[in-house]
Design a protein around this ligand. Structure first.
Ligand code: BTN
Length: 261
């Protein structure tokens, strides 16, 4: 089971040996009246969901965590919490890595980056991802589920993008350790999103950790591909592409590839 240090005041924790999907569990609890904030966490997920209807299976030892909160927020604003989650995961991984290197004096150098919208890359390979889902409740509030998946002991192969895991990178850490760091960094960034300058501050921090800013990018949205330079992300979290003709196009969802095609 996951032993975890104290959560931020009022945030509860529900741990499972195995679960279909922590996001599905959180949504089901919200429909049954749970308002959170509460984490649903497991180290084995059998029917996990990824972005764009893709599966996200977590073999035993990987980390699947979903934070549920029912809040009075617009769906657009809620979507920006996904960026806080990406940042929280990236910063948790930095902390766990620094601690591991200091404890075992191993010469490891891992470059963590955020790839729009919210993949976490390690040395260019996908290590984790975020799936944010929201549902309207009868009282008009929004049930927001921030799902965070991290490859700890295993990663998929044969995916269209290269993936990796912490163990493959040489970091023999556990899902428990990563979750402890993640719940801490989430608390901090969630606080910044709330009390700070809303998304503005999260966006600024996110852009500092972004992969490929200013570089050629191609984005597949459905059947079209848009090419240009990765300019920035806007106040809604859309990726802004600057086309060769100088147009700036906001992209709300799509698959990003860096480099020119
Ligand atoms: C992606 O496609 O990159 C997003 C992956 C999100 C996976 C996490 S694991 C915890 C939570 N529960 C799910 O079913 N999915 C998310």
């Amino acid at each position: 089971a996951l032993g975890v240090r104290a959560q931020a005041a009022g945030t509860r924790l529900a741990c499972f040996d195995q679960l279909g999907s922590t996001n599905a569990e959180a949504a089901a609890r919200a429909r049954a009246g749970e308002v959170g904030p509460i984490w649903f966490v497991t180290t084995e997920q059998t029917a996990g969901r990824g972005r764009r209807q893709r599966p996200w299976i977590a073999p035993r030892g990987n980390l699947a965590a979903s934070l549920l909160e029912v809040i009075d927020v617009s769906p657009g604003m809620a979507a920006t919490l996904g960026f806080a989650a990406g940042l929280a995961l990236e910063s948790a991984l930095q902390a766990v890595t620094a601690h591991y290197i200091a404890s075992y004096a191993v010469p490891l150098a891992i470059d963590y980056r955020l790839k729009w919208p919210n993949d976490v890359l390690a040395n260019g390979n996908k290590l984790g991802g975020i799936l944010l889902e929201a549902e309207n409740m009868a009282d008009g509030r929004l049930a927001v589920v921030v799902g965070i998946g991290t490859n700890i002991v295993a990663h998929p192969t044969g995916t269209p993008y290269p993936a990796t895991s912490l163990h493959a990178l040489g970091l023999q850490v556990s899902a428990e350790q990563v979750f402890a760091a993640l719940s801490d960094s989430w608390t901090e960034l969630r606080g910044l999103w709330d009390n700070g300058r809303g998304f503005a501050e999260i966006r600024r921090l996110w852009l500092q950790r972004a992969k490929g800013l200013g570089e050629p990018v191609s984005i597949r949205t459905g059947t079209t591909v848009i090419e240009g330079l990765f300019d920035c992300i806007d106040e809604a979290g859309c990726l802004i592409v600057r086309t060769p003709e100088g147009r700036r196009i906001p992209i709300a969802a799509g698959d990003v590839h860096f480099g020119s095609t």
